[in-house]
Design a protein around this ligand. Structure first.
Ligand SMILES: NC(=O)C1=CN([C@@H]2O[C@H](COP(=O)(O)OP(=O)(O)OC[C@H]3O[C@@H](n4cnc5c(N)ncnc54)[C@H](O)[C@@H]3O)[C@@H](O)[C@H]2O)C=CC1
Ligand SMILES: O=C(O)C1=NCCCC1
Length: 312
């Protein structure tokens, strides 16, 4: 009989997942994915069930990585919460399976995995696409993703000025008060982004909040929110004037309102740049449009389980 699955809560998953371990695994899997070798990786575009009465969605994100022996699925719900809601807008559970026998080997909370892997992938994009001398980081939003992006961007890079904007100023102040390093609250998106070298958009917005006219030429935008085909964070001027990179072409053309509605062309996947088949146009204004991928959750969950196994 199969052993009972390992059960890991949010605190455990968070503790066991470090950016130092995560970043190289994500670079490697994104590169492999972009080779489209289905004997190596199978990862369909996420299935999304709308929960219309409650302004929410359930996404199911399976992935199989044959060489690594990882069979995984994440189930994630995401909601448009009213301002001031105490409920998290993104919640997730990740299941790992035994690829040969089919039983579940681990069930883990997916919130920390989702927060950390998304931010780590954005940091990989910044490493490739941000201007060579980047001094100013701007984060739009003050939720879970804003926090994980702050953590990894200030860990991996050295910025002289870090700015944050949130639609409710008190939330931006609460965000800043929780942090160790220097970061300042801006009262408008325009004030926050003017002159920034790197901009992270991590909001629940469904209409553009970031306008191309404010963005410094050559800046890099890691666009994390607006993961529905009719949602936007970035305006047409920005989308059409920048070199657009994505995590997955199929995901982006199915789910990204910023891409679909602006008509902007996708230049390359992050994995294609990692593989050297497309250039990183660092001197131009660049956007990395992130939708999130099951393979990212799969390698993250495997890391968590490996760490847990090494302790038990
Ligand atoms: N690309 C990816 O892989 C992932 C993307 N996401 C997306 O990232 C975004 C942030 O997610 P979390 O940090 O988990 O959410 P959260 O609820 O913790 O934070 C959301 C932030 O957006 C702000 N916000 C909400 N509606 C807004 C609006 N209309 N205009 C401006 N700001 C608004 C909130 O004030 C808050 O600061 C969401 O859109 C979520 O769906 C989340 C997980 C993974
Ligand atoms: O990849 C994920 O996980 C998510 N992507 C977009 C919406 C929330 C969760």
């Amino acid at each position: 009989m199969a052993e009972s699955p390992v059960l890991l809560n949010k605190h455990e998953a968070e503790r066991l997942l470090s950016y130092d371990d995560l970043i190289p695994r994500l670079e490697s899997v994104m590169g492999k994915f972009s080779k489209r070798d289905s004997s190596e990786i199978i990862q369909p575009v996420r299935s999304v069930v709308p929960i219309q009465q409650h302004s929410g969605f359930l996404g199911v994100m399976p992935a199989y990585l044959a060489a690594e022996g990882i069979l995984c699925t994440k189930m994630v719900t995401f909601y448009q919460r009213p301002e001031g809601s105490s409920l998290p807008s993104t919640q997730a559970t990740v299941l790992l399976f035994h690829p040969e026998h089919g039983h579940v080997t681990a069930i883990m909370d997916g919130e920390a995995i989702t927060a950390k892997r998304t931010a780590a992938v954005s940091a990989i994009s910044a490493k490739l696409f941000m201007p060579a001398l980047s001094e100013v980081l701007c984060i739009l939003g003050s939720g879970q993703q804003a926090r994980s992006h702050y953590d990894v961007f200030t860990k991996v890079f050295k910025f002289k000025d870090v700015r944050v904007w949130s639609r409710r100023r008190e939330m931006a102040h609460r965000f800043v008060n929780d942090l160790q390093g220097p970061v300042r609250v801006c009262s408008s998106v325009k004030e926050a982004v003017m002159g920034a070298d790197v901009i992270v958009t991590a909001t629940g917005a469904s209409e553009p909040i970031l306008f191309g006219e404010w963005v410094k030429p050559g800046a890099h935008v890691a666009a994390v929110g607006a993961c529905r085909p009719d949602w936007r964070e970035l305006d047409d001027v920005l989308m059409r004037g920048a070199v657009v990179y994505v995590d997955s072409r199929e995901g982006a053309t199915a789910e990204s309102g910023d891409i679909i509605l602006s008509g902007a062309q996708v230049f390359a996947e992050l994995g294609e740049v990692i593989n050297g088949s497309f250039p990183a146009q660092r001197e131009k204004t660049t956007i990395f449009k992130s939708l999130g991928m099951g393979i990212q959750d799969a390698v993250s969950a495997k890391l968590v389980l490996e760490k847990w196994n090494s302790e038990h």
